[in-house]
Ligand binder design. Structure first.
Ligand SMILES: Cc1cc2nc3c(=O)[nH]c(=O)nc-3n(C[C@H](O)[C@H](O)[C@H](O)COP(=O)(O)O)c2cc1C
Length: 201
């Protein structure tokens, strides 16, 4: 059983990304994993100040950042998570600013114990109007690689001009993928969903 932390960077609470997350969560719970999701849009999380106080803080402290905001909740969940899921729609060819702000704020935890101090598995879940994920995937893979995280892959769906996914079909696909992903049987589960049907894996 894994503890899965989902960082949901979508603005729309019931949009395409939410549906992909729902399908992923369904799959993750189906294989007895614990899921905790943060809907970042509703949280009070400021940008990183770049002050570097975190690198001078006591090693292993639970909240090494001097800012006292909702990032504390995420830091607590991050400390015990086995898998971190970055979920976002594509906004101007990359992840949303909301999600990037939280990724920047993880810097404090990572600086405090060193980049190798939090080995994690992680997953990228994204939706888009089109199909160009290249910039977002490049950011994600660079982030993972430099932190020494294990990257089982990306699940990329397409919202097709905001049309809803066929959730039932999509759920089955993502659920199967999630089962395999959490069990680590798929090495690179890059899949693109279009209205619920699997285009590529
Ligand atoms: C500000 C903004 C920027 C966007 N930029 C892109 C983009 O660069 N490429 C793309 O394929 N879709 C883009 N989209 C479309 C969304 O990625 C797509 O509709 C997505 O599925 C929305 O997710 P949501 O329903 O969870 O909000 C953009 C949408 C918005 C609102």
């Amino acid at each position: 059983m894994a503890k899965i932390l989902i960082l949901n960077g979508a603005a729309r609470k019931n949009g395409n990304t939410a549906k992909l997350i729902e399908a992923f969560t369904d799959g993750a719970k189906h294989s007895n994993n614990e899921v905790q999701e943060f809907y970042l849009q509703n949280m009070n999380i400021k940008g990183c100040l770049g002050c570097e106080n975190c690198s001078k803080s006591v090693k292993g402290t639970s909240n090494p950042c001097i800012q006292n905001d909702d990032m504390r909740l995420i830091n607590e969940a991050f400390a015990i998570a086995d898998v971190v899921v970055f979920a976002s729609p594509v906004y101007f060819w990359t992840i949303t600013g909301t999600l990037k702000t939280v990724a920047d704020r993880l810097y404090a935890k990572l600086r405090n114990l060193g980049y190798g101090g939090f080995p994690r598995k992680s997953v990228l879940l994204m939706t888009a109007g089109g199909s160009d994920y290249s910039l977002a995937v490049r950011w994600y893979e660079t982030f993972e690689r430099n932190l020494g995280w294990k990257n089982p892959g990306e699940i990329l769906g397409t919202g097709k001009n905001r049309a809803a996914f066929d959730l039932d079909k999509g759920k089955l696909i993502v659920r199967e993928t999630t089962d395999l992903l959490i069990l680590d049987k798929i090495k690179n589960p890059l899949c693109v969903m279009q209205s619920g049907s699997l285009l590529r894996i």
